[in-house]
Write a protein that binds this ligand. Structure first.
Ligand SMILES: [Zn+2]
Length: 433
């Protein structure tokens, strides 16, 4: 075929030149033949043009094939931990339990209280070890915490591409971990905050210096942990405060902004329902918009063909066309806006409910590190003054605290296991707020 004869345009040009000069009088190809007439020459040019197009296309197709392999996003080597190879799909998929261990490990590490070694121990506890059964080394931990495969990406020659397998982590959690990692990379003396949970979270209420901590021996010879102002900003009259005293006050505050599990379970269920309804109605809105756009486009096609058939005068055609095009554009924009506005109110609400649940759990916890990182998360301006801890919480928590103060019934946590009355439920009802 002519694409063999003239793989590149120079060959094709030479042949046409030879024909033109009558050096070649006829050429035969399996699918067509030509004679050295003007028409024949034209045909030949078309044929060579096509063969050039074909071979250009071939190169393109080879490149595209390579890109497509990447674009298919298949993981071609051994699955990283958390995934398993699937021989049928020739891809990887999240391992039912290992993927959960990964999520847990990332969640733990995102708290910022774990060292690589501590995380390796945590993983070993969940059965993730080296081949010899010892906890993973620092390098392996770091590789795991930065592995973009968990985001569903696939690596090809040092470059990451979208994979076609399911991600294990949310981008939010992955980024939270990267933030902790980069904070660790910066050389800093964080030892103190490691040992003393509330250091780094609280400032002095009098002079705004950071709070530091130390061990001290009490009157009876017992060893205690004390917190005090660093007094880096000049004179300050603040005295020491014991860790237990500080922790008790913080826990009391957490108690005041907490909701019991029955309430949070009820609210989470409610949010789930609202989410489902929202999803349902937004889906039908999107479908209707798509339908309208299609109808609008069909109207335009009809108009164009009517104009071509001379059924309508040009001025009416132009006016109508302008109307339809603008209407279509408006619909398309509406669809785009609708998709973007999304339902981003659901996640913050869910997160807040989980925080009130967490506050409830921590109000009776002995894990001071966990308590401190929670205060950092929900509280603003945590201060220690006159041996007492203070921090302000966002409005929704203040609402909980206010409600609790008004309620005549005992704190929910004091009645764990009891059944909620309709009245109590209505207090929690997001519609009733
Ligand atoms: Zn001070």
């Amino acid at each position: 075929m002519s694409d063999r004869l003239a793989r590149n345009s120079i060959d094709g040009g030479r042949i046409i030149y030879a024909v033109d000069q009558k050096q070649i009088v006829s050429l035969r190809f399996p699918t067509f033949w030509f004679e050295p007439t003007p028409q024949g020459l034209f045909m030949l040019q078309v044929a060579f043009g096509q063969s050039k197009y074909y071979s250009d296309n071939l190169t393109q197709n080879v490149k595209r094939g390579m890109r497509q392999k990447i674009r298919r996003g298949e993981w071609l080597t051994k699955a990283p931990f958390g995934y398993v190879n699937n021989r049928t799909t020739r891809n990887i998929e999240p391992h039912p339990t290992h993927s959960k261990v990964i999520v847990r490990a990332f969640k733990e590490y995102a708290k910022g209280t774990y060292s690589y070694e501590a995380l390796a121990d945590f993983l070993a506890l969940h059965g993730v070890t080296t081949g010899k059964g010892t906890p993973l080394g620092k390098a392996s931990i770091k590789r795991m915490l930065t592995n973009r495969a968990y985001l569903g990406f696939v690596k090809y020659k040092d470059e990451w591409f979208d994979g076609s397998f399911a991600p294990i982590l949310s981008p939010k959690l992955f980024e939270a971990v990267q933030k902790v990692l980069s904070a660790r990379e910066r050389p800093r003396t964080r030892k103190a905050s490691h040992d003393f949970p509330f250091v780094g979270t609280f400032r002095c209420g009098e002079c705004q210096s950071m709070i530091t901590a130390q061990w001290a021996t009490g009157k009876s010879g017992g060893r205690y942990r004390y917190y005090r102002c660093t007094k880096k900003k000049g004179t300050c009259s603040q005295r020491y405060v014991r860790e237990e005293a500080l922790a008790d006050q913080i826990k009391e505050q957490l108690q005041s902004i907490s909701l019991c599990d029955e309430w949070t379970a009820y609210m989470l269920d409610k949010v789930e329902n609202m989410n489902r309804e929202e999803n349902h109605s937004s889906q039908s809105v999107a479908e209707n918009l798509a339908k309208d756009i299609k109808a609008s486009e069909a109207r335009l096609e009809k108009l164009v063909s009517a104009f071509i058939d001379d059924d309508i005068p040009k001025d009416i055609y132009l006016k109508k066309k302008d109307e339809i095009m603008r209407a279509t554009l408006a619909l398309k924009q509406e669809k785009k806006d609708f998709r973007q506005q999304g339902k981003n109110w659901v996640e913050p609400l869910r997160e807040w409910i989980l925080d009130t649940k967490q506050a409830n759990f921590l109000s009776s916890s002995a894990d001071f590190h966990e308590i401190s990182s929670f205060v950092k998360k929900v509280g603003t301006n945590p201060l220690v003054r006159d041996k007492s801890a203070h921090f302000t919480v966002p409005a929704p928590f203040q609402f909980v605290a206010g409600r609790r103060a008004l309620s005549s019934f005992p704190a929910p946590s004091a009645r764990a296991g009891s059944v909620l009355t309709a009245e109590e439920v209505s207090i929690c009802d997001p519609d009733g707020i």
